[in-house]
Design a protein around this ligand. Structure first.
Ligand SMILES: [Zn+2]
Length: 297
């Protein structure tokens, strides 16, 4: 009887998750997808609509996948109000292959009161660690992370943030000038075309369980990113600092390397430049004959 109940529960879970075949971007409810339908069609990207029903939320994800380098870099875009991030991630898919997943929140940061980037947890006990998560979200978490199955390379995300941060009179929460007991900042150096990025809001975020001082591999990676001109902020994820964001979840579960490219809202050209610098440091080469960049004309 217990076994039968378990099967029914599992069947119920599976029924709450769906993903379509390739659809026409012209018919999408996502303004991001419709805005770029010509680029998507010209590159032959597969556009799919994915849904997860869980914890009272009907999540919709928009997924783009390149037929070239199908196992290439994959980008998660949790926030629907961050348009530069979407455009830089689309640039990445057109240039390097791979794919992206954009959470649909009707153009807002939050979806019905839940921040999509505070919604990664695999159990009720883990969810209770995070004040920003309203209900455990194992199906949501699995649906996003399943896109990394069979894929080479790290977990990747992109975000936009507001100018400065509250600690120096600005309005955002992200800045290379902000540090605390678990947040470490490393400024870019570089030279020539890989000269350092000057804006405090443009940085790459990494996360891990150890301090940078006690993790030589992390220190080497940070040094390489700094030498490419990229500012790096590293968060040490602990039981107390875990916040159900994607970065923290990847670190907590030791899933692999994680990089989030953060740029100020509207800094599309900078975010694309940062993407190319990160790909270069990671040894990911552009596809041969990739389409000219539609954002930098
Ligand atoms: Zn964001």
């Amino acid at each position: 009887m217990l076994a039968l109940s378990l099967i029914l529960v599992l069947a119920g879970c599976a029924g709450r998750h769906s993903i379509s075949g390739c659809l026409s971007p012209a018919g999408s409810a996502s303004r991001d997808i419709v805005r770029h339908q010509r680029s998507i069609d010209a590159a032959g990207l597969c556009y799919r609509r994915e849904t997860v029903r869980e914890g009272g939320f009907d999540w919709v994800f928009h997924v783009l996948e390149s037929p070239r380098a199908a196992d290439g870099p994959f980008w998660v875009l949790p926030h629907d109000n961050e348009n530069s991030a979407f455009e830089a991630a689309l640039h990445a898919v057109l240039t390097y292959g791979g794919g992206l997943l954009a959470v649909d929140s009707a153009g807002q940061r939050n979806f019905r009161g839940q921040d999509p980037n505070r919604n990664f947890s695999s159990s009720a006990a883990e969810s209770r660690l995070c004040i920003g998560q309203r209900a455990p979200a194992p199906a949501y978490t699995r649906a996003v992370l399943d896109h990394y199955k069979g894929r080479r390379g790290p977990y990747l995300a992109m975000h936009n943030n507001r100018d400065g941060w509250q600690g120096n009179g600005g309005s955002g929460t992200i800045s290379i000038n902000r540090t605390n007991a678990v947040l470490y900042s490393f400024r870019g150096s570089g030279s020539g075309s890989a000269g350092p990025l000057r804006d405090e809001d443009d940085l790459v975020i990494m996360a891990g369980l150890r301090t940078p001082a006690s993790d030589p591999a992390v220190r080497r990676r940070i040094a390489a990113l700094n030498a490419a001109g990229l500012n790096v902020q590293y968060k040490q994820v602990t039981g107390r600092s875990f916040d159900c964001s994607l970065s923290d979840y990847v670190a907590r579960h030791r899933l692999g390397e994680y990089y989030n490219i953060e740029a100020e809202h509207g800094s599309t050209a900078t975010q694309i430049d940062m993407t190319d610098r990160l790909m270069s440091v990671l040894g990911i080469r552009p596809l041969r004959g990739a389409a000219a960049n539609p954002f930098l004309d």
